[in-house]
Write a protein that binds this ligand. Structure first.
Ligand code: HGY
Ligand code: MN
Ligand code: MN
Length: 405
């Protein structure tokens, strides 16, 4: 592979986007799958060419550092390497690549920093393969370990997938658990329409919303579509539709910014002339106010219990607390942007981020760049090279303030 792939963020992301690239467009890169291993390998190899110390921890998080004069003082920045199914090339990858490019630019310009600069490629954030999200940052921040026995839709356990991926990565890279940094930054695409609507290039994140995700399983009675009278049916699909309809009405009552999404829906056995005996679907709910989200969870559980003719399981596998960004670091982002004669918007994040996990342990701050038409989690996800590059410049200034004094 040729030396450092590029100092241009757009070129870097275009190259990284080939790992998991889909014929029909977009990228799918699930934690520990072949595309993910190839992408992590590229990122670490490229970082080595940049003169960074590289290592992976036992979850496969990638760490790329320029040790500081006070080596134990660590300032980290990064984002996640995994994607949702049929994703764009920016969600997660941008924040990870921006950290690497910003740090390698600073190192080239100013030499060894006072504090260690560490770029982080988190192994998994999306919850798109296993019923867990933020498993990489939860491990790195020492907030939660992931049950190795949870399974993906093919019955592969998290532990076995992780073991196979680490087996490959540790043939080339040091396996080393990492100490907590003193602060953490994440650049991210906004994944919404607000910056573009306001004609702004930069968003300084004030807080990240509370988010919960569930898997709801309804057990009815599989039976013949022709011979089973309506009143004798235990049709899991129709019960699920009634349940989702009630949840949707409640979400409308709560009104924005509350959001309720059913993204996954499986019907079994899935034949046109068979009454579905089992339905499994996901529920994703979010709001800046934890009380609202907690109240909706109670409503969900009450409605599920009311379907007494069915066995209904409500399994919560994600509950990420709302996170307030660090005042000093936020102010410093604002000062840096203003000093460049640029404008910005302070805004909350409706999307979840590894930052809200790191925020449980260390001060954090996030910077957004615009998403074209607000689209994300889709192949049409796009941010202009100019906006991408400006974000890297602002992160560079922030890291310079934090690491070179
Ligand atoms: O779903 C989210 O908010 C994030 O993209 N993981
Ligand atoms: Mn995402
Ligand atoms: Mn993301």
């Amino acid at each position: 592979m040729k030396q450092v792939i590029s100092q241009d963020i757009n070129e870097y992301l275009t190259h990284l986007g080939q790992f998991g690239q889909l014929e029909a467009g977009g990228v799918t890169r699930f934690v520990y799958d072949a595309a993910w291993i190839a992408a992590m390998n590229f990122v670490l190899q490229d970082a080595k060419f940049r003169g960074m110390n590289v290592a992976v921890d036992k979850y496969g998080n990638g760490f790329m550092s320029y040790p500081g004069i006070n080596a134990t003082q660590i300032v980290a920045a990064g984002s996640h390497l995994d994607t949702v199914n049929k994703a764009g090339i920016y969600d997660g990858s941008y924040g990870m690549a921006a950290a690497i490019l910003a740090m390698s630019d600073l190192f080239r310009q100013y030499g060894q920093p006072q504090k260690t600069m560490t770029a982080v490629a988190f192994s998994e954030e999306e919850g798109s393969r296993f019923p867990v999200s933020f498993s990489g940052s939860k491990h790195y921040s020492k907030t939660k370990e992931t049950d190795p026995l949870i399974k993906d839709c093919n019955g592969i356990t998290f532990g076995s997938a992780r073991h196979l991926a680490l087996q490959q990565l540790t043939t080339k890279y040091l396996l080393e658990e990492q100490p907590l940094p003193s602060e953490f930054f994440e650049l991210h695409i906004e994944q919404g329409p607000i910056l573009e609507e306001k004609g702004l290039q930069l968003g300084v994140v004030s807080s990240i919303c509370e988010q919960k995700r569930f898997t709801v399983t309804l057990h009815g009675q599989t039976n013949h579509a022709g011979t089973t009278p309506q009143h004798l049916r235990k049709d899991a699909l129709k019960a699920a539709v009634r349940l989702i309809y009630r949840l949707e009405k409640q979400a409308q009552c709560l009104g924005e910014p509350f959001v309720f999404t059913v993204g996954e829906f499986v019907v079994s056995p899935g034949s046109s002339n068979v009454i579905p005996g089992l339905v499994r679907f996901s529920v994703d709910i979010r709001h800046p106010d934890k009380k609202i989200v907690d109240g909706f969870e109670d409503f969900l559980r009450t409605c599920a219990a009311a379907l007494s003719a069915f066995t209904v399981e409500v399994y919560k596998w994600m509950d990420s607390l709302p996170a307030k960004m660090d005042k000093r670091l936020v102010k410093q982002f604002q000062k840096i942007i203003t000093a460049r004669g640029l404008d910005y918007l302070n805004l909350p994040s409706g999307a979840g981020h590894d930052t809200q996990i790191m925020n449980l342990k260390v001060p954090t701050a996030m910077l957004f760049v615009p998403s074209k038409a607000g689209i994300s989690h889709a192949p049409a996800e796009f941010t202009s090279p100019k906006d991408l590059a400006l974000g890297v410049e602002i992160l560079k200034d922030q890291l310079y303030e934090e690491c070179y004094h």
